[in-house]
Structure formats: structure tokens, C-alpha cells
Design a protein around this ligand. Structure first.
Ligand code: SAM
Length: 230
């Protein structure tokens, strides 16, 4: 009964993964992955007591206690150095994801892959990754229950991947890989967002507040981009 969203997130992990799922809630993702791949291991991190207990219940239910370790703590603080090779942070806003990554920077030294699924503001996640030595290796965008979900998989950049290291503002907004692949949901998402932005711009213009002028022209530019790419 795992969601299409989490299944898609899981598909970005390699076989034999040793990953941390930060903000794991019910630990559905690590249990799903470890059930399918008997060589996989995971750490489920949770900062809140309620979800922490739910995570332990799920792990007990699937008898995965030897391979899914549930830990209580804030962000990457639950990890020892060199522990997890992949880090998944899914189902939160982009700003919270970057805060968790920023605060846990010291733990990322041996991280090979970061998989992020921001519910909103994917742009700030891409920005963080690029500015911190990661290159965006793959992306997807799916639609489930009237929501759009972007998934970003990043790997540590080597010196010769500099093409990926620099992204322009358009690539940051839409995703460099998504701009190339343009999955079905990409068109729906960005048409939807363009309409939303149009309504916001109209409201702002009606307000006749001169402080809004800069913001309006930024929004108009972004709306044009959205229409251009779809
Ligand atoms: N990752 C799951 C998913 O994608 O379905 C659960 C998403 S749930 C909306 C977000 C979870 O992150 C909550 O259970 C919350 O307690 C947890 N969380 C929020 N901030 C956190 C932090 N700084 N460290 C660890 N967990 C956090």
C-alpha cells in the first residue's frame, strides 16, 4: 500500500543500498526497499516521538529490525560519520530539506547520493546541491492525488562534470533533466503553475502597491518561461 510517490523515490536507489531516510514518518520507504532487496540496509531518522514510534511499529510488523534501524533525532544528527551511502529526504518543503542538509553538512562527507523529494520549492534544493558539490544526475516529476511531486537525485560531482555544476535560473526552476525529459506531468504542472501565477499577478496589479512592482515583473518573467516550456 505504499504510494506511487514513495515507490518512485525508491527506484532512484541502487541495489544493495545503505541509506538513511530522514523524516521517515512510518518508515514505509525503508521497509519497502529492504523487503524488495534483501541486501539493502537503512536508517530511519525521525525528530518527532509519534512518527518515531510508528516507524518502529512498521519495522516490527515487517520483521526488518536487523536491517532497518530507527533512530530519534534532528536531521542528519542521527548518523555517524561514514554511515549511510545514500540519503533520502522526502515529503517536506524544499527549504526544510536544505536546512537539514546544511545543518548536517559534516555528515555528508562520504555520501554518494542524495535523493530529495521536495513538496514545494524544488528550486532551493537544486541550488543547495549545486552550491555544495553535487551534480543533478536524474530527476522525475509525477502526479498523484492531484499533487505534483518532483524527485531529484544528485551525486557528488567529479571535476569533469562541470557542465552540471552550473545551472541557469531556468534550469534551477524547472530542473535540468526535467527540461530535457519533459514527462507528461511536467506539462500539467507548469500549465497549472502558470495559471496560478497569472491570478496572483492580477491580484497584485489590482492592489496598486508600488512595492510590488519588482515582484510583479519577476513573476511575469517566470510565467512567460512556464508558457514557453509547455
Ligand atoms: N518521508 C516521508 C514521506 O515522504 O512520506 C514522510 C514525510 S512527513 C510529511 C515529514 C516527516 O519529517 C514527519 O514525520 C516529521 O516528523 C519529520 N521531520 C521534520 N523535520 C525533521 C527533522 N529536522 N529531522 C527529522 N525528521 C523531521
Amino acid at each position: 500500500n505504499i504510494s506511487k510517490r514513495l515507490k518512485r523515490v525508491a527506484s532512484f536507489l541502487p541495489k544493495r543500498a545503505y541509506f538513511a531516510d530522514i523524516g521517515s514518518d512510518h518508515a514505509y520507504l525503508p521497509c519497502f526497499v529492504c523487503q524488495k532487496d534483501k541486501t539493502a540496509k537503512a536508517i530511519a531518522g525521525e525528530v518527532n516521538e509519534g512518527p518515531f514510534q510508528s516507524a518502529k511499529d512498521t519495522v516490527r510488523h515487517f520483521e526488518l529490525g536487523d536491517r532497518v534501524d530507527v533512530r530519534l533525532g534532528n536531521g542528519l544528527e542521527v548518523l555517524e560519520a561514514k554511515e549511510a551511502k545514500q540519503i533520502v529526504i522526502a515529503g517536506m518543503g524544499g527549504t526544510l530539506i536544505t536546512t537539514i542538509l546544511n545543518e548536517g553538512k559534516a555528515k555528508l562527507e562520504y555520501t554518494e547520493q542524495i535523493i530529495a523529494q521536495p513538496n514545494v520549492d524544488a528550486r532551493s534544493v537544486r541550488e543547495w546541491l549545486i552550491n555544495n558539490g553535487y551534480g543533478i544526475a536524474d530527476e522525475d516529476l509525477i502526479e498523484e492525488n492531484d499533487h505534483f511531486y518532483e524527485i531529484i537525485s544528485a551525486t557528488r560531482s567529479s571535476n569533469d562534470t562541470s557542465i552540471h555544476d552550473k545551472l541557469d535560473t531556468k534550469q534551477l526552476l524547472f530542473g535540468p533533466i526535467l527540461l530535457q525529459k519533459k514527462p507528461e506531468a511536467f506539462y500539467r504542472k507548469w500549465r497549472f503553475e502558470a495559471n496560478k501565477l497569472e491570478r496572483i499577478i492580477k491580484q497584485m496589479k489590482l492592489a496598486k502597491d508600488s512595492n510590488n512592482r519588482k515582484k510583479i515583473s519577476l513573476f511575469e518573467k517566470e510565467k512567460d518561461w512556464m508558457e514557453e516550456v509547455t
